[in-house]
Write a protein that binds this ligand. Sequence first.
Ligand SMILES: [Zn+2]
Length: 439
Amino acid sequence: MEMAAYNDKKDNNMKGAVGYVGITKAYRYRLYPDAKRQSEVDGQVELARLLYNKLLEKARDEYRKTKSLAIKPSTFNRFLREAKAENKELSGLYSQVQREAYFRLIKAYQNFFRRVRERRAGKRVKAGFPRFRAKDRYNSITYPQFGFSVDRERKDVNMLRVSRIGGMRIELHRPIVGNVKTLTIKREAGQYYAIFSTVNGTEPQKVRDANPVGIDMGLETFAALSDGRKITKPDFARKAERRIAKWQRITARRQKGSHRRDKAKRQLERKWQQVNNRAKDFVFKAVDDLIGSGYTSFAVEGLHIQNMLQNHRLARSIQGASWGRFISTLSCKAEEAGMTVTAVDARNTSQECSRCGRLNTLSLSDRTFSCACGYVADRDVNAAINILNRATAGQAGSHARGDLASTHSARDGQAGSLKREHTPQVTSTNVNVEEAHSL
Ligand SMILES: [Zn+2]
């Protein structure tokens, strides 16, 4: 299919809506370039990096000369001309890619300049000059809207065609929704990825909240729902833990700077990536399932995810990360479907009786909750009911209100991975660039 096909009527509709800000999302797919395309991509990434550093060097020299940090756009244009004149190699950079590397630098510089001003105004922000990028700190190139397309070659084989680079097989494991704005090709641990950033132009209709559900996330089961359902924990984390620990030991043993250590580091990165990919898959499936189950809103626990992320046990930190991702993915997909996700303070949700409110003492090994009032339930299900109660009670104005004030829909920030999946955003196309880059 042509990429242009994604930019259908919606785009025209958006023009009429003055000030409308779409939802920017990124879709990431594995790419399989052959040796030729691979070296083509690598070459472009390297040239883009050289250009970036060259422009930065010129900005720095300009400051030394003028003692002024303000640089006009016309001056940046001059830098660009000079850079290309000084380094003939740079003429091999494709124009689209060059444009983006140039904007990346300008954006970095403008951010720096803004921070300097904020500092002068008394704000406590760090304002370091943008840094030169070493090879391992610059690993992607971005194409604007019209430099690429995706074609279906035959069943299950799709090709990403990129202007001047050529065709690369792409694994389209899920469909792209929305209007594609940019393509970023990224190199990571020796593998290649295509990241499409899209803007969604339609606003979902709000669903009437007739069937809200509470979700408790635990160590035994991945999640328990207030209606008694459970999402069982994937078991890959524990196996992965052993493999990752092994490669960590090997890396530590090998001599710093040695070829063998680099190799071990790559292995280690790859193992992490495998877990990461599987965890992502798992989360997507779980969320899809929830969204399609007839619930109309979701209540989740808001506080201890951050704590869990810092847990030293690897398997737990993987799971902690999955929770964060789960909540962010759920928030994003729920929003698309016109439903809300509310995060509540989860203190004592395991101890509190969801029927009478009495606090009971439970040890971690107690799987059943039983209360003097006669209520008996699965421990996690009881907690999920409490979470649901707090979300709905909060709306009616009870004790849980304080917790809700900051967390209406979990999307505003507690989960680190949130930004990657879903960032409400921005009017100019250039801005997508940095964003996709930070993926
Ligand atoms: Zn009770």
